[in-house]
Design a protein around this ligand. Structure first.
Ligand code: ASP
Length: 453
């Protein structure tokens, strides 16, 4: 049995939903279908989720949300028209949205979640109505009835452990189950969404709970590419990679799959297959526990901007008990989370996401570190990009770091920082943002250009 998730662009129009129907029909194992809200039909289009968030925000400002409501309903009614569905489904969606907008607004973030989750919830109902019209037994499933319980964190819900066992009973239901992605219910019965693009997470949770044989994730690209195609043209497709490799790649900008979506599938050992709704016969990319590493040490190169480093040096830091703890406690008091900590004998760098800084925070942090830890030097550097060179094969290959640094040196890129994760699945280079693209191209050239597929 397969759990199959379709993303927003795969469900953005009637024509796309027809493709989805064909894909589901072509394999009787595709039993549980997770749907996103209608996404973009063309580059300048708006996602229904974005419209819904704006709609909720307007309500919270006590403005008339009519214009947003109309735009959302227009998306559903044009899809219904294309699929020749009766107007009843559009009426149902209209009533549902009106009901949500009339709910209590005293907890603004909870209200936003309730409104934005309607994108998926109503689309699941519409898709189920279309399958039925095509003569296929299909049922919309409400996540609360199915037992998908989450923590009460607006916009960042986490699945509760009991969910997995509860979901298993869905296996007994007949027909094709159409399940809305992106949200679950708290124990108090309120709607909370995962972070953006979280329908991937729903699919993975269902695959785990139902003990599926495969989790298929349909999107709008043929495969995961070994590097960002907007930096290197026509890069190699990756046929197979491990959960850990995918995790490292999606951390640094590979956006094909939500970075929280791997854990549930991984825990249950369920392979994930990325496929293209617009080209379903393409094999796609398979994500598995283990793969053979005969294809060279590196599977992909990812990069992401928006990082900064706090460099701290103090002579004999290595002998000072509690130095690291005190330093991290200062960051904690500012509510900052860190990404990496490369360190030496007398110095340590803390890498953070820059967007966490509020105005003036930088100066205050620096002063507190200097006075409380009596350091020799504290330098905060902004505008860093992190480049991750990823591959399980690096563990068994000698000289990968040397090859990477040589390639960067030849491209005249100054390495600000190197960190090799303890798992040896990835190597991280910090470079200035302006050097990012040049660095990625040089690394791709080194590890992929000469390799024949
Ligand atoms: N529609 C939601 C979003 O845009 C969730 C998803 O598509 O997975 O973030």
């Amino acid at each position: 049995m397969k759990v199959v998730k379709f993303g927003g662009s795969s469900l953005a129009s009637g024509k796309q939903i027809e493709k989805v129907f064909q894909i589901v029909q072509s394999d009787f194992e595709r039993r549980v279908i997770v749907v996103s809200a209608p996404g973009k039909r063309f580059a300048a289009d708006r996602k229904v989720t974005d419209l819904l968030i704006e709609c909720a925000e307007q309500c919270l400002l006590n403005n008339d949300p009519l214009q947003w409501v109309e735009r959302v309903l227009e998306r559903y009614s044009s899809i219904a028209l294309e699929l020749q569905l009766s107007n009843e489904i559009v009426k149902e969606i209209e009533n549902d949205l009106a009901g949500r907008l009339a709910e209590d607004r005293s907890k603004p973030n909870q209200f936003i979640d309730l409104v934005k989750a309607s994108g998926e919830d109503n689309h699941a109902k519409l898709v189920a109505a279309y399958f039925l019209k095509q003569g296929v037994e299909a049922h919309y499933v409400n996540p609360k009835d199915a037992g998908l319980f989450v923590s009460a964190d607006p916009g960042n819900a986490q699945v509760l452990p009991e969910t997995y066992e509860l979901l298993y009973s869905l296996r007994e239901r007949s027909g094709i189950l159409i399940f809305p992605g992106f949200f679950g219910y708290s124990k108090e019965g309120d709607v909370y969404t995962f972070s953006r693009s979280g329908s991937d997470v729903t699919g993975s949770i269902l695959a785990n709970g139902l003990k599926a044989d495969l989790y298929e994730n349909f999107t709008d690209v043929d495969a995961v590419y070994s590097v960002n195609p907007s930096i290197v043209s026509r890069p190699r497709e990756v046929k197979e990679l491990t959960y850990r490799e995918m995790r490292e790649l999606s951390y640094a900008g590979f956006s094909v799959l939500h970075d929280e979506a791997l854990v549930p599938a991984f825990k249950a050992g369920i392979p994930v297959q990325i496929k293209n709704t617009n080209n379903p016969s393409a094999p796609g990319t398979r994500i598995v526990s283990e793969r053979d590493n005969t294809n060279g040490p590196v599977v992909g190169i990812a990069s992401d901007q928006g990082f900064c480093s706090i460099y701290v040096s103090k002579y004999l830091m290595n002998r000072e008990v509690g130095f690291g703890r005190k330093l991290l406690a200062i960051l904690e008091s500012f509510g900052l989370s860190y990404e990496h900590i490369p360190s030496g004998i007398d110095d340590i760098s803390i890498i953070l996401r820059e967007n966490q800084f509020k105005p003036l925070m930088e100066k205050e942090i620096k002063e507190r570190i200097e006075t409380e830890l009596r350091t020799d030097e504290v330098v905060i550097e902004r505008g860093l990009a992190l480049i991750m060179v990823v591959g399980e094969g690096m563990r068994h290959n000698i000289g990968t770091t040397a090859r990477a640094s040589k390639a960067l040196a030849n491209a005249n890129v100054n390495i600000e920082m190197i960190n090799q994760g303890s798992s040896e699945v990835s190597m991280m280079f910090g470079v200035k943002e302006i050097d990012e693209k040049r660095a990625v191209r040089a690394l791709y050239e080194e590890f992929f250009a000469a390799v024949t597929v």
